[in-house]
Unconditional design. Sequence first.
Length: 351
Amino acid sequence: MKEWFPDYEVIFTPMNMWPVEFEIKWKWRILADSRSRVLVWQYKGPPQIKSFCERRGIPFHYVEDGFIRSISLGAQQAPPLSMVFDRQDMFFNAGRSTDLEDLLATYDFDADQSLMQRAKTNMEKLLATRLSKYNSGETPDIDSIYGEKTRKRILVIGQVERDASIAYGSAKKYSNNDLVWLARRENPDAQIIYKPHPEVMQGKAEAMSNPDHVRGAAQVLDQDISLADAMETIDHVYTITSLSGFEALLRGIKVTTFGCPFYSGWGLTDDRQPNPRRTRTLSVEQIFAAAYILYPKYFDPIAKEPIELEQALQILEHMRAHQPSLDQIPEPVINPIADLAKALVAQMKKR
């Protein structure tokens, strides 16, 4: 965060502090400087922080990773290439308006042809390079895993079930196993494939529902296959709120959402949770333009400077190309990444 905001003194508060601690210590510290800005990661701040900032006219934003993040998982402390800063709420909160939802609802995409050309070009780049939000996972011979295609093929996307995107994005609480059984019940003759979340597969997050319990209903992927490969030959994707659903839309795959992610409700998805605020019909390109270009901020962890989506994709592609053998990456590339990772680890230990 200090590198993202070099012109500011970045001060970290304790995580999940008690409201009384905010009242006694931090409120007055914020008021003491008229230049203060407050950033809160997801909902980790005290509950009264947003209303306090609004009453005092203090700039306030919720913060979260953007949709193009890193090679490794966030749980492995990989520095993000993008973050989002929302004044209203977290983009995954289906119960409230957000800056992203307002962009999708009101932006005049037809009048901004240069933006739409950027969206088209970057969508093509994303698909051609097979990049995703996270870019870990193996790239196997998918035919040897899925077998010969003889019927409709459905991919069920597993999520981290304690994730805030489910807690705030789905009115009904589904487990990953629930999703598998729903896909099977609605498609009795299809080949159902279940992809557990990478953080679960790598032991970074708890599996709250046991994949072994749905092996009778689906083929469970036991290896961490990249998302681009997992979507090869897929006809339909089932998800609760995962960004993977939008990445399926980019590939022209039908998507069913059981929660209400940012990309549902605009006429592109089979929505099981309606959102009455979303009445507009949008194209995939328009949603991409808002979510990947207008909404997030991008940052080069090597040069330590703000960039645009185009540069972020280039950096991510370069990092992935050198990932298998870090000793082959030029020294100027290795050191900043290693130094940043060490700094983040040290900061977490202090906190």
